[in-house]
Design a protein around this ligand. Structure first.
Ligand SMILES: *[C@@H]1O[C@H](CO)[C@@H](O)[C@H](O)[C@H]1NC(C)=O
Length: 224
């Protein structure tokens, strides 16, 4: 008997700073052959995919014609139903997902249940609001993580308007932070949590998420 198709919750920011088109297309393309994908955003609002180029513009035209391209509201998500959680590179996460209480609950569930989580670039901000059950610590305290470095962000025009600097947040909240050079591909895997430093790290980060999921499924299958 074949195992049921795993499902992945893909959370997107609906803030005007948007979601990286490149990171989203890579993640969607890699995951869709083997996962059922569900998109979600705050209140199910429309998502802005930024930095589209000639090739992925065509991809998005086709994508937008599918009903599955409409995100559901984060408040309607039952995290128990999903095998994995993915947040692609999204500058908008610093402005909405970081302080969204439904997002925080979803992340807490995944960390507590040790289910696979992958966050890329500024999408790592989506993980920041989740606290431990006693509300005293960040759920990712003691995890090793990456996110865009201060040095990398300082070169972008948005730097001065960023409400939180992720490198500082990770260090200040008891997690271990590492990074590569700006725009360098850098992925950190700690237990079931995969983080990618930037948009350029999307491909390798998502491939590792898939590997972790298939390893988990294999374990379940061999226990039967
Ligand atoms: C992190 O490690 C410290 C020291 O071992 C421990 O006291 C703390 O509870 C850990 N935090 C979490 C969230 O597991």
């Amino acid at each position: 008997m074949s195992a049921p198709r795993p499902s992945c919750l893909v959370v997107l920011s609906s803030a005007i700073e948007g979601v990286s088109a490149q990171s989203f297309v890579q993640a969607y393309t890699l995951l869709s052959p083997s996962f059922t994908l569900q998109l979600a955003s705050p209140q199910g609002r429309v998502v802005e995919f930024i930095n589209q180029d000639e090739t992925n513009r065509r991809w998005f035209n086709e994508f937008r014609s599918k009903s599955s391209s409409m995100p559901i509201g984060l408040d309607t998500v039952d995290p128990v139903r999903y095998t994995a959680l993915l947040v692609p590179a999204t500058g908008g996460a610093l402005h909405d997902l970081i302080s969204d209480k439904d997002m925080a609950q979803i992340v807490s569930h995944f960390i507590l249940e040790k289910k696979p989580v992958c966050a890329i670039g500024l999408g790592v901000a989506a993980l920041c609001g989740a606290k431990t059950a006693d509300k005293k610590a960040w759920v990712l305290e003691n995890y090793s993580l990456t996110a865009p470095s201060v040095y990398e962000l300082a070169r972008t025009p948005d730097f001065s308007s960023m409400p939180v600097i992720l490198e500082d947040f990770v260090k200040d909240n008891g997690a271990r932070y590492s990074c590569s050079e700006p725009d360098g591909v850098h992925v950190v895997i700690d237990r079931h949590v995969v983080t990618g430093q930037n948009t350029q790290s999307s491909l390798i980060a998502v491939q590792n998420l898939i590997l972790i999921c298939s390893q988990k499924q294999g374990k379940v299958a061999s226990m039967r």
